[in-house]
Design a protein around this ligand. Structure first.
Ligand code: NAD
Ligand code: ZN
Ligand code: ZN
Length: 346
């Protein structure tokens, strides 16, 4: 089959032919309908050889939907032809966190060498994807595969981030979204669907800010040195009750801290390497800062339910598998509006 692989440190990913995967005991083989392109892959491909955590070549893609093509010996719970979305952060399924459905925080995944597809295990930007266990599969139940596939990360990750801030987003409150790309433009919609907060979106690109307004941001602000003062002014000097940073670079985490109100929730989702100091008098009183990873299995079901109810719709641009390297170039250049989605069998 054809697959998009990251093969050499520092080189662009390539479309190559690899052996067709065969499902082993307990596994499920999916024929991939759609696979999403995430900025985290660009971060992975920028890491140096020293300390690189995954074996190469690595088939990319940690957002996947497909139809069940074959079951391994003894696999039960899904049937050939079922249309499903893949929950990506695989865990052991047994530890205390996995028991809560929080396989993204599995306590034993590292020790057992369990890796998400596309982030260690062979990923979804390929004609077929092996899934370790049917519990990682959620039925699409009528959702369009292209519109649904980004929900497995670009939907689930902001959903988890927004959910923890819900108690603070009361009527009259403000939520700030920094970086309105794949994850951020879904975050805006989640905030509008789940809270009465006023949503202020920040980005460096006018195109992205236009999309932010289209999907529900009340206000947009260009993300520069003047942004913190502009956001403060929009909030009558008080700041925002929740700040979601989908860039996570030094200047944006600084902005996140600078626009936080007393008792605000600051969630750093982007992996841009920025750090935000916390200590008495450094931030307003009782600000909580967290850096979460992905979301739980239950939260994926909740995001898909929200999409079925029409409350979130991802803006997508589709590419064939042969065009997949181009999708990564475009994402790197900042010219994808919404999420790029690869159709490996399209
Ligand atoms: P994306 O490229 O689609 O979106 C990023 C957006 O940020 C773009 O619109 C870009 O114009 C904007 N931006 C860049 N610099 C900015 C600045 N200084 N101020 C404001 N906006 C700026 O990326 P994505 O796929 O949505 O991913 C967003 C981030 O989240 C990445 O760092 C990614 O690695 C990370 N991520 C984290 C998790 C997690 O579990 N923590 C999961 C998925 C993605
Ligand atoms: Zn991702
Ligand atoms: Zn576990």
């Amino acid at each position: 089959m054809k697959a998009l692989q990251y093969r050499t440190i520092g080189a662009a990913p390539e479309v190559v032919t690899v052996p067709d995967p065969e499902p082993g005991p307990g596994q499920v083989l999916l024929k991939v309908t759609a696979a999403g392109v995430c900025h985290s892959d660009i971060a992975v491909m920028s890491w140096p050889a020293e300390g690189f955590p995954y074996d190469l070549p690595l088939t990319l893609g940690h957002e996947g939907v497909g139809t069940v093509a074959a079951l391994g010996p003894g696999t039960t719970g899904v049937r050939e032809g079922d249309a499903v979305a893949v929950y990506g952060p695989w865990g052991c399924g047994r530890c205390a966190k996995c028991a809560e459905g929080k396989e993204n925080y599995c306590l034993r995944a590292d020790e057992l060498g369990i890796r998400p597809p596309g982030l260690g295990a062979p990923g979804a930007i390929a004609e077929y994807l092996l899934v370790d266990d049917p519990r990682h599969l959620v039925p699409l139940d009528g959702l369009d595969p292209v519109a649904a596939v980004p929900l497995t990360d670009a939907g689930l990750t902001p959903y988890h981030a927004v959910k923890r801030a819900l108690p603070k987003l009361v009527p009259g409150s403000t939520a700030v979204v920094i970086g309105t790309g794949g994850l951020g433009h879904v975050a805006i919609q989640l905030l509008r669907a789940l809270t009465p907060a006023r949503v202020v979106a920040l980005d460096v690109s006018e195109d992205k800010l236009r999309l932010a307004r289209e999907v529900g941001a009340h206000e947009t602000v260009l993300s520069d040195d003047a942004a913190p003062a502009a956001v403060r002014e929009l909030t009558g000097g008080l700041g925002a009750q929740a700040v979601f940073d989908f860039v996570g670079a030094a200047p944006t985490v600084q902005t996140a801290g600078a626009v936080a109100a007393v008792e605000a929730e600051v969630v750093i989702v982007g992996i841009g390497g920025g750090t935000l100091p916390v200590g008495f008098g450094v931030l307003p009183f009782e600000v909580s800062v967290s850096a979460p990873y992905w979301g739980s299995r239950a939260e994926l079901q909740e995001v898909l339910a929200l999409a079925r109810a029409g409350a979130v719709s991802v803006h997508t641009e589709t590419f064939s598998l042969d065009e997949a390297p181009r999708a990564y170039e475009r994402l790197h250049a900042g010219t994808v509006n919404g999420r790029a989605v690869i159709l490996p069998n399209g």
